[in-house]
Write a new protein. Structure first.
Length: 204
């Protein structure tokens, strides 16, 4: 599936694999990832893949511990979100679909080599954008992670591009929130509906 535009792996990781990663880091580093940002968690990914400079999924593909297979859900989200907020949203998504054992997330933190990210971006915007487009098409399902009161993806060029690629190519697109965000959303719908559009437009 690789070509001149797309040298991204489309390997994905299951929810159980992500949870096993969290358990390993917290045990080895004797710390909690609870309040860590995506960028802070990236440092652990870099350390674990330092010998090969590949993506986490490529590096550990043949180890059952992390349950890595070809991705079937492309995750679009904002790097400014907390790592655990993203993971908890994936957990809620799996719960609602009742099939966490068969969902493999293309989660860029794990699916793209974090060693080569800057180099890949230097290929040029067109090549980078085409790589994401073809990954989305090959995977065939997109999941947007959204925080109701903090809709950062709608302000990020790459998230908007991922959504555009999905809708233009009629790729199924789901939107997911974690339980806390969903409750805030439902409360706003029930008690403050007239202000939702105004507040949301101001937020983005």
């Amino acid at each position: 599936m690789a070509n001149q535009y797309n040298n991204f792996s489309i390997l994905g990781i299951s929810l159980q694999g992500i949870e096993n990663f969290i358990e390993k880091i917290e045990k080895d580093e004797k710390l909690s990832l609870q309040d860590k940002t995506i960028e802070e968690v990236q440092t652990f990914i870099l350390s674990l893949t330092n010998d090969t400079s590949t993506s986490f999924c490529e590096n550990f593909h043949h180890q059952k511990t992390f349950d890595i297979q070809q991705a079937n859900v492309f995750v679009s989200y904002a790097w400014k979100y907390k790592f655990f907020n993203v993971v908890n949203t994936l957990k809620e998504y799996c719960r609602l679909h009742n099939n966490s054992g068969t969902i493999y997330f293309w989660f860029d933190l794990f699916s793209i080599s974090q060693h080569k990210t800057a180099t890949q971006r230097n290929m040029g915007t067109k090549s980078w954008a085409e790589g994401f487009k073809q990954s989305i098409e090959n995977i065939g399902h997109t999941l947007l992670i959204l925080e109701w009161n903090n809709p950062i993806p709608f302000t990020r060029m790459w998230c908007i591009w991922e959504l555009a690629c999905s809708t233009r190519n009629k790729i199924p697109l789901d939107v997911a929130m974690n339980k806390n965000e969903e409750q805030i959303f439902m409360n706003d719908l029930q008690s403050n509906y007239s202000e939702i559009e105004k507040k949301y437009l101001v937020s983005i």
